[in-house]
Design a protein around this ligand. Structure first.
Ligand SMILES: Cc1ncc(C[n+]2csc(CCOP(=O)(O)OP(=O)(O)O)c2C)c(N)n1
Length: 675
């Protein structure tokens, strides 16, 4: 069969696999795959160096489908290339337990580089991947041998480019001159509501020019020579990311639906599927059909695909001979195998007379362990002096300096969230990002996706309560701890003092399967004398008995972060009044829930019903731990602008309030028990 014919046949195969799967599921998005099939076909068969037999090959070209609703485009091309996505998987599109859910999910099917669907996120992930590649390349590549040297391709849609996160990420990508990024913009002029002209009229070329991108154009996506020319030109530009504005037709080939919003998000309908197949010269009676010639065409590529990796393996072997220590480090870095030296380097704070903000302790930890964790890299969204995220022994990552470990994400929290996810997804690096806890709101969609994807950025959220003081209610987190705790799998840790902060970082480094959010104080807090109080190492259990009366405690005071010191003061007062109490330091609900029931009962025995929680945030969720009789010292309104000591006093965070509540709870418990 002539080359042109087999290409068209392959592209139509992608189109109709998508059309049939959406029709069978009776839901999904056929329009985008029908329009963009030529891009996916050309990238995966001509330009991308990838190996379906080993989707984890470290130097593979990445492909990011930021317009995740077009997932069938990805599943179809991956299936044809020989990734382990079977025809049954395609037929199970969007079904419970399938590896082909409505939107691509990282970790479910091979070849899916990131979870996309919430528009704009994939685009930012790609920027993060490019950053990770540049940093790791600076560690490992040699002038004559580049073991990390690949492109990051992607498709973004109108929706992606409307979302704010794409502005943030594109701006940073241009600034950092990330030349490995090649994105197609699926310029089909259609979104869900109708024509893009309803709400979107900026000049995309001018916009991306201004960011410092190379901008190319394709006026007919079905002309493969235009795709080839654009990609070749994009590959040559090493100093700028490239956006290829590509005119496509949503629902291409469907007589009734092409170029209309109705092709976007619902099946074509049985009749229209038939007509469309006929229109594109396809057998209308065949479903999930892969013509023999197409199967053969892709089969023949298998050797080429594996040769890409084989060549790299040879390259890596020669690298290993010349640079054995680097080769060993390369493997270790991608396995996060850093030995134990970083643990030995963790600081211990033993000057118990000193009061230290936990954000400062965090900065000390980062700097103590950085030497032993060469791929711990991160920064802040323009709050570095406040977040204490700077690695002093290193430099700033920039367009000119790829080996810097300190990132200036700019005032772009959402972009930072998506970029951190991309860095974590790329692997090898442990990315962290800092901002004020209040602005976790600005990056929440990315935090959720990190958790859903099972990757682990570390968030350094400082200024974690009204304790930040004079900046006032706009900057004082109230519902944020509860809000982060509500996201499944996110580990939220609010350490009480400097030594708990050390342990919190230890947990964060070792926890690889979901994000860890550290909530740290701006204000000074006491360093507990660990010769008198329980060891801070107990932080890893989420909650532990910090101190208690010699006699059986009658009441439990539980607190997190800066309020633990208040709990201890109240405990002393209760003791003085002859009331036996226990203080539970409760830095992490999620870590506590991972413990055995036996351990949990030992910290919060069922027999002690008198309980008070103290946390400078909403009560929501503490009910579970304080029980039916318990009381919470919490904040159910916005904060205030004032010195923090005043706010705490005005908001009831005083020894007197805690003691009074403890007594009230004791009375409640005793009266209910008829004592
Ligand atoms: C953050 C976010 N908001 C809303 C949606 C719902 N949604 C899915 S696709 C889409 C718009 C689709 O338009 P476009 O990006 O142009 O895709 P096309 O119609 O070309 O397939 C919207 C609003 C989403 N997936 N993510």
């Amino acid at each position: 069969m002539p080359e042109n014919d087999i290409q068209q046949l392959s592209i139509n195969t992608i189109r109709f696999l998508a059309v049939d799967a959406v029709q069978k599921a009776n839901s999904g998005h056929p329009g985008m795959p029908m329009g963009c099939a030529p891009i996916a076909y050309r990238l995966y068969t001509k330009f991308m160096k990838h190996n379906p037999a080993n989707p984890d090959w470290k130097n593979r070209d990445r492909f990011i489908l930021s317009a995740g609703h077009g997932s069938m485009l990805l599943y179809s091309i991956l299936h044809l290339c020989g990734y382990k996505i079977s025809m049954d998987d395609l037929k199970n599109f969007r079904q419970f337990g399938s590896i082909t859910p409505g939107h691509p999910e990282f970790g479910l099917a091979p070849g899916i580089e990131t979870t996309t669907g919430p528009l704009g996120q994939g685009f930012a992930n790609a920027i993060g991947m490019a950053i990770a590649q540049e940093y790791l390349a600076s560690l490992f590549n040699k002038p004559e041998v580049k073991i990390l040297d690949h492109f990051i391709y992607g498709i973004c849609s109108d929706g992606d480019l409307m979302e704010g996160i794409s502005h943030e990420a594109a701006s940073l990508a241009g600034h950092l001159k990330l030349g490995k990024i090649i994105f197609f913009y699926d310029d089909n002029g259609i979104t869900i509501d109708g024509k893009t002209s309803l709400a979107f009229s900026e000049d995309i070329k001018k916009r991306f020019d201004a960011y410092g991108w190379q901008v190319l154009n394709i006026d007919d996506v079905n002309d493969l020579s235009q795709i080839d020319k654009a990609v070749e030109q994009a590959q040559k530009e090493t100093n700028k990311p490239t956006l290829i504005i590509t005119k496509t037709h949503i629902g291409f080939g469907s007589p009734k639906k092409q170029d209309t919003a109705s092709a976007h998000g619902s099946p074509l309908g049985e009749e229209e599927v038939k007509v469309t197949k006929k229109n594109l010269g396809w057998d209308e009676n065949k479903f999930f059909f892969i013509p023999y010639e197409v199967a053969d065409h892709f089969n023949k590529m298998k050797n080429t695909f594996s040769s890409y990796e084989n060549e790299w393996n040879k390259l890596f072997e020669s690298y290993k001979k010349k640079y054995p220590a680097d080769a060993e480090k390369f493997v270790k870095v991608f396995n996060y195998d850093f030995g134990d030296e970083w643990k030995n380097a963790l600081p211990s704070f033993t000057n118990y007379a000193e009061n230290i903000p936990t954000r400062n302790a965090s900065g000390s930890v980062i700097n103590a362990i950085a030497k032993h964790l060469p791929t711990l890299i991160g920064g802040s969204a323009d709050l570095e002096p406040s977040n204490n995220t700077y690695i002093k022994e290193s430099t700033k990552f920039s367009a000119e300096n790829r080996s810097g470990r300190n990132f200036h994400f700019g005032i772009r929290e959402h972009g930072m969230g998506g970029i951190l996810n991309g860095m974590a997804l790329y692997g090898g690096v442990i990315p962290y990002g800092g901002t004020f806890l209040i602005f976790s709101d600005y990056m929440r969609p990315s935090i959720r996706l990190a958790s859903l994807s099972g990757v682990r950025p570390i968030y350094v959220f400082t200024h974690d309560s009204v304790g930040l003081g004079e900046d006032g209610p706009t900057h004082q987190p109230i519902e944020h701890l509860a809000s982060l705790r509500a996201i499944p799998k996110v580990i939220v840790i609010r350490p009480a003092d400097a030594n708990e902060t050390v342990e919190a970082w230890k947990v964060a480094i070792e926890h690889k399967s979901s994000p860890v959010a550290l909530a740290l104080t701006r204000q000074k807090v006491p360093v507990f004398d660990r010769t008198k109080f329980a060891s801070a190492e107990n932080l890893s259990k989420g909650a532990y008995v910090l101190v208690q009366s010699e006699k059986n405690p009658e009441v439990i005071l539980m607190a997190s972060g800066s309020e633990v010191a208040l709990a201890v003061e109240a405990f002393n007062q209760l003791q003085a009044e002859g009331i036996n109490a226990r203080v539970v330091s409760f830095p992490s609900w999620e870590l506590f829930e991972l413990q055995t029931n036996e351990y949990k009962d030992s910290v919060l025995p069922k027999s002690i019903k008198a309980r008070v929680s103290i946390e400078a945030g909403v009560k929501q969720g503490w009910e579970k731990y304080i029980g039916d009789f318990g009381e919470a010292i919490c904040i159910e309104k916005f904060g205030a602008s004032a010195p923090y000591e005043i706010i705490f006093k005005e908001y009831g965070f005083t020894v007197d309030t805690v003691v009074a509540l403890a007594k009230k709870v004791l009375v409640k418990v005793k009266s209910k028990h008829g004592l």
